[in-house]
Each structure stands twice: as structure tokens, then as C-alpha cells.
Write a protein that binds this ligand. Structure first.
Ligand code: UDX
Length: 431
């Protein structure tokens, strides 16, 4: 038997953000991992060690997996599955029209692999799925000799690898003690708290965590708006709150509203789960609505500062939904750009990781300086650290207007004022 055969054999289905991080990190832990994806284009990139999206450190980890032989990629799902003790499902579960999660890819993959699964293998659902999906997949697979386990991802774009390698917790939801132990053993080299529970509770932990964080940020932005309108200083108010250990200091940064591939989708899906269960979702609906209101409020800060003149030029710095990623899904920048374009403004965007215009009407610049040239307003929407290297007095001189709206509080306000700008900051308003 070869050395490879002695290792745990794992198939990871889906090589997107979650799947590729999971596959390369599991390979790094010493397991023998095969990543499966339906896109040949994506597989061609992966086979030469290139991640199909930007995530710090991921290219290196994929390359080291390929070089050690612990990581391989294929399109042949059935063959990969037939040699595996564990099959991780990392496929997308996008939102349907009514907000609930679309499980059609989970369904088709379950059907496709059901006969190829070796007896005694474990199917691990990492994709974010509504409560009850593990038992649904069990039914679709219809193999009493195969366990289906929920092991939700808590991936954080921009620090996906370190979040996998140093997790706050690993959640495993399984029906049998044996399956809990076997999945736990995959992670023994990670020094993490492992919470074992039933599949439904594990599925709910994922939705509840993301929706709690989204709700917390909506609260933070509500306080920020109040400070902006009352001359309070939200940074100090939030710091004062965070010092209370019951509240804690993380996730208290005010901003232009939250986005990304998870918070909006997961909040909507939890609302759908709640209404299907006959459970109250008024609070969650208000959270979503309030986040949309924040986008409108930021767009208004821009338009009201310019009067009713259309055709003014807005330089938008940052298009990704947060720094450290090229992901623009549900990005506050695009929501706000749409509102500004609708009100007749010209919007020129720049992002260090986004090259193509992701929105009709939005123009793209190759540098922050090019975006700012002859602009009336400079609007910062993503907290890229690289923006701090900008020559502010030079930027000021190149602009037509003098307005600087920093929705992420990236810049030091004194530096901006010294450069000549009239400044608006999240949680402070115009200063
Ligand atoms: C999130 C969850 O954190 C992760 O556990 C889950 O599995 C996937 O969804 P991610 O989408 O990568 O991760 O982004 P996150 O860092 O949570 O940020 C989400 C949004 O909140 C971003 O738009 C971000 O800019 C915003 N945010 C975050 C703030 O405005 N203020 C903060 O203090 C933190």
C-alpha cells in the first residue's frame, strides 16, 4: 500500500472560496485531498497552482499541496468519491427569489455521488444550508451505510487560511458518536475547541452566528448615524461599549453598511427558515431594511453635499465588500454607486483587486490618482491599507472639489484637514 493510501482520503466538491480553502488547508494538515469542480477553466488554473480568485496566501498553499502530492484536482466526481472516506460538500447555496437557500446543487451532487460512495464513508456538509438539510441529504443519498454530518464553515474572506488554521471553534453536527469522532479527528492538529452536537443545531449555529454579527453591525451603524447627526463621536461611544466584557471589542467598526457573500444571503435565509417554521422574523427583517437604509444614507451624504447638480464626478475608492478580497458580491460600494448613478452623478471607481467595471455606468480608473482627477468628491468605501500611502495634498490639488467622505475611517482626520479637505467620517459626520 502506498504512503498516499495510508492517509485519510478526502474529496472536496466545489473549489470556490470555501472549497478551495478547505481542500488546501486539509491537504496542509497531511490528508490526501482531491478537489472536484464542474468548471474546466477553474480546474486548469488550479492544476498549475493558481487560485481563481484573490485570497492572501492561497496560491502558495495550493502549490505546496500540489508539490507534496497531498492535493489534486479533477472533474471526475464519481471516481474521486469512490476512493474517499470523507466527502466535503462546498458547493454554492445561493438565494432564491423568496430569500430561502437554493439547494439544487446540493441535490444534484447528492444524486450524482450516491452510488459511488464507499460503505462507511462520511458526507460532510460545509456549505451554508437551512436547518434540516443534513437529513434531507441523507434521504437523497439513501445509503444507511453512509453518515451525513454538518460541519459549517466560518470562512472570513481576506483571512480565510488563518481563520481555518486558528478557528475560534469547529462545529460538528452528527447523529452518531462514531461520525462525530471521525470528523473531529480530521482536525486534531488544529488547536481548537470542537463543539459536537446534532445536525440541526449545527446548521442553526452557522445562520445564527452570521445573522448575529450582521445585526450587531446594523446596531453599530445605527449608533454611528445618530452620532453623525448629533455631533457625538461614535469611535469613542463604541469603544466605551466594547470595554464592557459582556459586549466585547470586535465587530464594532462603523461603515457604509455590510455586504459580502454571506451576511445578506444568510440573514435572508434565516428569515425564510423562521417564516416556514412559523417563528417571528420582525427583528431580522428590520436588520436587513436598516442596512439598506444605511446605503441610502451614505449616498445622500454625497448628493446633499453637492446640492442638486447632476453630472458631478465622484471618485470611489474601494469596490470590494471589505479589504483583503476581490469579492464584490453584495458590496456596499456597488449599492451606493447604483444610487449615485441613478441621481445623475458620474462615478469613477478604483480598487486594488477589482479591474473590470462590475456595474453598468460605473467607470474604472487604474489608480486612485486617476480616479480623483477633477473629481468633486472623494468617497472611500473599502478599508484598503494601501490607500494610506496616498499623497493627500497632491490628490487635493488634482480635484475640482474639496470633499472627502471616509465611510471606513481609514484616514487620519488631521492629515485630511491639513491637506485642505472638508471631511466627513463614519460615526462623526462633517468635521
Ligand atoms: C462572514 C463571517 O464573519 C464568517 O464567519 C462567515 O462564515 C462568512 O461571512 P465575511 O463575509 O468574509 O465573513 O466578512 P466579515 O469580515 O464578517 O465582514 C462582513 C461585512 O461586515 C463586510 O462588509 C465588512 O466590511 C463589514 N464589517 C465588518 C463592518 O462594517 N464593521 C466591522 O466591524 C466588521
Amino acid at each position: 500500500m502506498s504512503a498516499r493510501r495510508n492517509k485519510t482520503q478526502i474529496t472536496v466538491i466545489g473549489c470556490g472560496y470555501v472549497g478551495l480553502t478547505t481542500a488546501s488547508c486539509l491537504a496542509d494538515l497531511g490528508h490526501s485531498v482531491v478537489g472536484v469542480d464542474a468548471s474546466l477553466e477553474r480546474l486548469n488554473l488550479l492544476e498549475v497552482g493558481k487560485a481563481p480568485f484573490f485570497e492572501p496566501g492561497l496560491d502558495d498553499l495550493v502549490n505546496s499541496g500540489l508539490n507534496s502530492g497531498n492535493l489534486k484536482f479533477t472533474k471526475n466526481l464519481e471516481h474521486a468519491v469512490s476512493e474517499s472516506q470523507f466527502v466535503f460538500l462546498c458547493v454554492p447555496t445561493p438565494s432564491l427569489e423568496n430569500g430561502s437557500a437554493d439547494l439544487s446543487i446540493i441535490y444534484s451532487v447528492s444524486k450524482e455521488m450516491k452510488d459511488a460512495l464507499p460503505s462507511g464513508s462520511v458526507v460532510v456538509i460545509k456549505s451554508t444550508v437551512p436547518v434540516g438539510t443534513s437529513s434531507q441529504v441523507s434521504d437523497w443519498i439513501s445509503r444507511p451505510d453512509v453518515e451525513v454530518v454538518s460541519n459549517p464553515e466560518f470562512l472570513q474572506a481576506g483571512r480565510a487560511i488563518s481563520a481555518f488554521q486558528n478557528p475560534d471553534r469547529i462545529v460538528i453536527g452528527a447523529r452518531t458518536a462514531d461520525a462525530k469522532e471521525r470528523v473531529s479527528n480530521l482536525y486534531t492538529n488544529l488547536n481548537s475547541k470542537i463543539l459536537c452536537t446534532d445536525p440541526s443545531s449545527a446548521e442553526l449555529i452557522k445562520y445564527a452566528s452570521n445573522t448575529y454579527l450582521a445585526s450587531r453591525l446594523t446596531f453599530v451603524n445605527t449608533i454611528a448615524e445618530l452620532c453623525e447627526k448629533t455631533q457625538g463621536d461614535a469611535t469613542t461611544v463604541l469603544q466605551g461599549m466594547g470595554l464592557d466584557k459582556r459586549i466585547g471589542e470586535a465587530f464594532l467598526q462603523p461603515g457604509p453598511g455590510w455586504g459580502g457573500s454571506c451576511f445578506p444571503k444568510d440573514t435572508q435565509a434565516l428569515i425564510a427558515v423562521a417564516s416556514e417554521a412559523g417563528s417571528d422574523s420582525a427583528f431580522l427583517n428590520a436588520v436587513l431594511e436598516s442596512n439598506e437604509d444605511r446605503f441610502t444614507q451614505i449616498a445622500k451624504v454625497v448628493t446633499q453635499s453637492l446640492g442638486d447638480d447632476s453630472g458631478k464626478k465622484i471618485a470611489m475608492l474601494g469596490l470590494a465588500f471589505k479589504a483583503g478580497t476581490d469579492d464584490i458580491r453584495e458590496s456596499p460600494s456597488l449599492k451606493i454607486a447604483s444610487l449615485l448613478l441613478e441621481s445623475g452623478m458620474k462615478v469613477v471607481g478604483y480598487d486594488p483587486q477589482v479591474n473590470m467595471a462590475p456595474l453598468q455606468g460605473l467607470e474604472m480608473a487604474d489608480s486612485p490618482e486617476e480616479a480623483a482627477k477633477e473629481a468633486d468628491v472623494l468617497l472611500v468605501l473599502t478599508e484598503w491599507k494601501g490607500f494610506l500611502g496616498l499623497d493627500l495634498p497632491k490628490l487635493y490639488k488634482s480635484m475640482t472639489g474639496n470633499l472627502f467622505i471616509d465611510t471606513r475611517n481609514v484616514f487620519d482626520k488631521k492629515d485630511l484637514v491639513d491637506a485642505g479637505f472638508s471631511v466627513w467620517r463614519a460615526g462623526e459626520g462633517w468635521i
